[in-house]
Design a binder for this molecule. Structure first.
Ligand SMILES: Nc1ncnc2c1ncn2[C@@H]1O[C@H](COP(=O)(O)OP(=O)(O)OP(=O)(O)O)[C@@H](O)[C@H]1O
Length: 422
């Protein structure tokens, strides 16, 4: 028998659970799809398209709905000889300026040999090139700007939708589809940009548990063999998804994690226990990612609070975290941040769900203050701030959580790091 053997007991088509899978139908989005379809109808009529703006939290189907409708629109437009439709889709993640967007767009229309560099041209001349490319392309051009909130200046968001009205285009009819999960972005747009970019706004609300259940059932029928899932598995994934953020991506990921655990264990069924364990694993991954993204001061603040928590001192006020944090910064050969910046780090840890915060009120004289405590698995946290701990040394109170080979104790003299007397 070979080293690798095909395992097909659980999955029929695991790829159907991946992000890039395009479902044939979108379930539970009838109203949004109907509004969206109406907004795109002028394209088929050969009229000037509407600019559409989609907004809603992450994983609620904005991109999936766009892909679904534009695939149909392109196929249907091909039936009409007098319609020449071009769709350009761009994700604005990593593109922060109008200039970058404009050069990228110019290059979308050009062959490899004649592409322009992304720096060095005056903005006005890049816009000129863009109008020329669009007019040369002609017909109807739909530009999809996904994650449009990454663009920090709104010049292009004004120029593109207004290009025809401003006489920059004579041949092409252009329509913009902006997509965003940042609610404040729309609010912060200047009125003139908002009125042109957001001609037709469509809000995608978060999914509830029964929506998610329908979405999961549709995926399961493609991805898994029949009767492989215990009856409670889909409702449990849906319930967790609805509780977290109403995000379809999270529910689908959880189902895939549960399926993978079942497959790794060579079992014939996916159980609720696989879902529970899968959820814990995903959670660990998310937290680890969140902590890894913090600065070293964030790690030092966390380590200070963690050791205090283990000594039974939490919940603790930030002024009581401070001496420990300051001491750790000295050990790491750094200057401590001012108290307010240190508190910002505690708030950030709270936002990540690593630290719990309790507001206390000492009555009229004492005012209100906040107390912090660790709200997460200790070994998970230690694992995530391993490098910082190594630099500062292993504090007495965390010693019992460390398996010898998990962290290199080296020659650290632990007595140096015994908790200070308070
Ligand atoms: N109504 C639905 N029916 C079937 N699958 C869906 C539905 N809504 C979302 N999904 C699936 O959930 C995942 C996330 O959806 P999508 O990428 O469209 O979210 P989004 O709102 O664009 O999120 P983001 O703002 O993070 O980009 C995709 O795999 C998508 O296929």
């Amino acid at each position: 028998m070979g080293l690798f053997e095909r395992d097909t007991e659980i999955y029929r088509d695991r790829d159907a659970l991946r992000e890039d899978y395009q479902p044939e139908e979108l379930v539970g989005r009838d109203d949004e799809l109907a509004t969206y379809r109406t907004a795109l109808q002028p394209v088929i009529n050969g009229e000037q398209p509407n600019n559409v703006f989609l907004y809603g939290k992450t994983g609620v189907g904005k991109t999936a709905a766009t892909r679904y409708l534009l695939t149909h629109l392109e196929a249907d437009a091909a039936q009409y000889d007098d319609i020449n439709l071009t769709v350009v889709t761009m994700n604005c993640d990593g593109l922060t300026s109008s200039y970058q967007i404009a050069t990228r767009l110019v290059n979308e229309f050009r062959d490899e040999g004649s592409r322009i560099s992304t720096t060095g041209y005056p903005r006005a001349s890049v816009y000129e090139m863009l109008w020329t490319e669009l007019d040369d392309c002609g017909g109807t051009v739909l530009v999809v700007l996904d994650e449009v909130d990454h663009v920090e200046d709104d010049s292009i968001l004004y120029q593109l939708p207004r290009a025809r009205a401003n006489d920059n285009l004579s041949e092409a009819k252009i329509g913009i589809i902006g997509i965003s999960n940042d609610f404040s972005f729309r609010e912060d747009l200047s009125p003139k940009v908002r009125s042109s970019l957001c001609e037709q706004e469509i809000h995608f609300p978060a999914y509830d548990a029964s929506d998610l259940q329908m979405i999961l059932e549709q995926r399961v029928s493609v991805a898994f063999h029949e009767d492989v899932l215990e009856p409670g598995v889909i409702p449990l994934c849906a319930a967790y998804g609805a509780k977290d953020a109403g995000d379809a991506r999270q529910s689908i990921d959880l189902l895939m994690k549960a399926g993978d655990l079942a497959r790794d264990e060579d079992t014939q069924t996916v159980t609720e226990d696989h879902v529970e364990r899968g959820r814990r694993e995903l959670e660990r991954g998310r937290i680890k990612e969140g902590i890894t993204g913090l600065t070293q001061h964030g790690h030092l603040v966390l380590y200070a609070l963690l050791t205090l928590d283990l000594e039974g001192e939490a919940p603790v006020r930030s002024r009581d975290v401070r001496p420990r944090y300051t001491r750790f910064t000295e050990m790491a050969d750094r200057d401590p941040l001012v108290p307010r910046r240190m508190r910002d780090h505690l708030s950030e840890l709270a936002m990540l769900g690593i630290v719990s915060v309790t507001e206390r009120n000492e009555g009229r004289r004492g005012g209100t203050y906040r107390e912090y405590a660790i709200d997460m698995d200790v070994d998970l946290l230690l694992d995530a701030i391993e490098d910082t701990v190594r630099e500062v040394g292993i504090h007495q109170s965390v010693k019992r959580f460390l398996v010898d080979d998990e962290l290199d104790h080296g020659d650290t003299d632990l007595s140096d790091f015994a908790p200070e007397s308070r």
